[in-house]
Ligand binder design. Structure first.
Ligand SMILES: O=C(O)[C@@H](O)C(=O)COP(=O)(O)O
Ligand SMILES: [Zn+2]
Length: 213
């Protein structure tokens, strides 16, 4: 096995454990993937992010065949669709983190902008977040729904399910998933209070300074 893959397997195990230990994932909820030059590493289905054995992480090849490790997450289609539509994406993180999942269940959420620009950092790290209609976990239709977005969003909320966040690499995707969760918490805390968001000019300035998410 090439050292690129060994390093990524170890990093995935450590970052998943960190997410679990800090309560971003409980039980066997959530899944994480990272792109290699010859395929994609994915956390195994029904595994706890708190205890991912680097050697048992699933690998699929560029054609989507399972080539090593345990059986991949049932959300393989969801992850693949992010990589297909976002060539810059090096990793994808799906969580059931409490506050983002709470937002995903609200009836009056704006489906085109689930996480308004409350702070600069959420604009810089997450960008605009789209609501993706509900399908059952593991449904291949989740891949179709992501492909329909044509790579426009680095992060989405799966309705009544939870967030999915991509990043240029694994560390960035994990940080963005954490930022989304913390902003979702702020949004719920501020519900019902008159709230000032960043205006269009301020958001444009951030995008110009820090680039496309
Ligand atoms: O919600 C689900 O069932 C999945 O989206 C999930 O989070 C865990 O599934 P596996 O990765 O297949 O364990
Ligand atoms: Zn899930």
């Amino acid at each position: 096995m090439k050292s690129e893959e060994l390093v990524l397997r170890q990093q995935m195990s450590e970052l998943c454990a960190s997410l679990f230990e800090r309560g971003f994932s409980v039980g066997t909820a959530g899944n994480v993937s990272a792109r290699l030059h010859d395929g994609i590493l994915m956390t195994p289905t029904n595994s706890t992010l708190g205890d991912i054995n680097p050697e048992r992480i699933a690998k699929i090849d560029l054609d989507g065949n399972h080539v090593s490790g345990d059986k991949p997450t049932k959300e393989v289609f969801l992850h693949q669709a992010f990589y297909e539509t976002r060539p810059e994406a090096g990793a994808v993180v799906h969580l059931h983190s409490t506050w983002a999942t709470a937002l995903s269940c609200l009836e009056d959420i704006n489906p085109d902008d689930c996480i308004p620009p409350l702070t600069p950092y959420v604009v810089m790290r997450v960008g605009t977040v789209k609501l993706v209609p509900y399908v059952k976990p593991g449904d291949p239709k989740s891949g179709d729904l992501i492909r329909e977005l044509s790579g426009k969003y680095s992060a989405v909320l799966l309705a009544n399910h939870g967030p999915v966040v991509s990043g240029k690499d694994l560390f960035s995707a994990v940080c963005a998933a954490e930022e989304l969760e913390e902003t979702a918490k702020l949004l719920v805390a501020l519900r019902g209070m008159p709230t000032r968001t960043l205006d269009a000019e301020q958001v444009a300035e951030l995008k110009e300074t820090f680039g496309r998410i």
